[in-house]
Design a protein around this ligand. Structure first.
Ligand code: APR
Length: 238
């Protein structure tokens, strides 16, 4: 493998599964316990803000549990970034902070994060270190009930798309880890790259085949903590 290539890594909920964070679409996943339309849309927030706040407050509090730590897949991506010589971009759909905790630097959270909020009235952002509620007053504009977690909901535009697409246009090696490839635009990144580079190397890591597996050059089936570790070790030894 040529370390001078431009590498784009996409991660999804599966990379954090072995750290104790539930995925969305697997059996017993978050979308088994909650309906997307009750928690993850602006309509849900307008209809029942307390329910939506509670859902995200719980997710944020869970991340503060000292037992929730990065696993070898997160650490190995941080290691890969350090030795990589070409351009490196890690894009995650995850709203947790495990990549940062493992030491990743060049990372974009395209679906936002649990540790920020913003006000829908004045569009100012703040660090989220407390439970949000419908009675919360925005510290910038004094509006009550207008603050929400900085997470991208269904029907909203993911973040950083210009940077992401411009990197995809020069990507030589695309790695997808722990995503079911059900949610666009991330699920369409491969199709986008292929318009610019038919020789791109596409590698997938998952515990099972996904609906995009047929497009990948290589698929590594197994828990990401093991498969990503082996992959990075192989590169580092060479
Ligand atoms: N190692 C590798 N892959 C795993 C592991 C593991 N240990 N455990 C689970 N997986 C895989 C599953 O097989 C599945 O394909 O992770 C994937 C998780 O898929 P989803 O639950 O659909 O999560 P994701 O693809 O990240 O969802 C995308 O959907 O609901 C929205 O905004 C939410 O960011 C999320 C987006």
């Amino acid at each position: 493998m040529n370390l001078n290539q431009n590498i784009f890594i996409l991660t999804g909920a599966g990379i954090s599964r072995e750290s104790g964070i539930k995925t969305f679409r697997e059996k017993d996943g978050l979308w088994d316990e909650h309906k997307i339309e009750d928690v993850c849309t602006i309509d849900a927030f307008i209809k029942n803000p307390s329910y939506v706040h509670k859902f995200y407050n719980e997710r944020r509090k869970k991340l503060k549990n000292p037992k929730i730590k990065p696993n070898p897949a997160h650490f190995n991506l941080a290691k890969l970034e350090k030795i990589w010589e070409g351009d490196f971009l890690l894009v995650t759909q995850n709203i947790d902070d495990l990549h940062e905790k493992a030491g990743s630097k060049n990372i974009l959270h395209m679906h936002g994060t649990l540790d920020k909020y913003y006000c829908m009235k004045c569009f100012k952002f703040g660090e989220l270190k407390f439970d949000l509620s419908s009675s919360h007053k925005c510290k910038y504009c004094d509006s009550i009930g207008s603050t929400r977690v900085d997470v991208v909901w269904f029907g909203e535009q993911p973040k950083y798309l210009p940077q992401i697409y411009s990197f995809l246009e020069k990507t030589d090696l695309f790695i997808s880890i722990g995503t079911s490839n059900n949610v666009y635009p991330a699920a369409g990144f491969i199709d986008y790259i292929l318009q610019f580079n038919q020789n791109v190397n596409l590698i997938e890591f998952n515990i099972e085949k996904t609906n995009k597996s047929n497009l990948f050059t290589d698929s590594f089936i197994g828990p990401a903590s093991k498969t990503v570790e082996r992959f990075v070790e192989k590169i580092t030894i060479k």
